[in-house]
Design a protein. Structure first.
Lengths: 112, 115
């Protein structure tokens, strides 16, 4: 199974400041079709998860452009350019390149 | 607008069975792969099962293989998860999730396995 490891597990951030979350996979996420199925999800308190970013860097419909994804192979990053109060929650990376699908442990974003 | 509504959760004793349903609307259900993902209270996300749009490809997490069965009824825009031989560790909120991109999630249904 592909293990997804996120750092940090907790990230206190000042409103208006940037935030960054890293995700590393135990093996390459490049699929045989050439795509890399690495996604980022946001889970606000009391809500189901919501897709933010798919295939490393594609923003899902309705996601603000302050969210961006980057990376390749086994190392990936989610960046928030200027954190807003509504960004509080837990962020997960996940891979859909191989079965079983696997998720990172989650990174809790909170406001200082 | 895409909607996924899970139902069928509840309290069940260890060793018991439960059948979850997911009613889909707002998209052409028959053309999408579907998943079940669960989340124990205060814990992270765990993928449970996947079914291809045409039901000919199915996958399970090792933790549920042999006990859970995923199925779908494309005529009724519905996804199902038959859960047998339930254990305490199956206690979680179960989410119905669209596609290989995991792009839409239902609100979830709570399954509690306890005596």
């Amino acid at each position: 199974d592909i293990v997804m490891t996120q750092t940090p597990l907790s990230s206190p951030v000042t409103l208006g400041q940037p935030a960054s979350i890293s995700c590393r996979s135990s093996q390459s996420l490049v699929h045989s079709d050439g795509n890399t199925y690495l996604s980022w999800l946001q889970q606000r308190p009391g809500q189901p998860p919501r897709l933010l970013i798919y295939k490393i860097s594609d923003r899902f419909s309705g996601v603000p452009d302050r969210f961006s994804g980057s990376g390749a192979g086994t190392d990936f990053t989610l960046k928030i350019s200027r954190v807003e109060a509504e960004d509080v929650g837990i962020y997960y990376c996940m891979q859909a390149t191989q079965f079983p699908r696997t998720f990172g442990q989650g990174t809790k974003l909170e406001i200082k | 607008e895409v909607h996924l509504v899970e139902s069928g959760g509840g309290l069940v004793q260890p060793g018991g069975s439960l059948r979850l349903s997911c009613a889909a609307s707002g998209f052409t259900f028959s053309t999408y792969e579907m998943n079940w993902v669960r989340q124990a209270a205060g814990k992270g996300l765990e993928w449970v099962s996947y079914i291809f749009s045409g039901t000919n490809t199915i996958n399970y997490a090792d933790s549920v293989k042999g006990r859970f069965t995923i199925s779908r009824d494309n005529a009724k825009n519905s996804l199902f998860l038959q859960m047998n031989s339930l254990r305490a560790e199956d206690t979680a909120v179960y989410y119905c999730v669209r596609g290989s991109g995991f792009d839409y999630w239902g609100q979830g249904t709570l399954v509690t396995v306890s005596s």
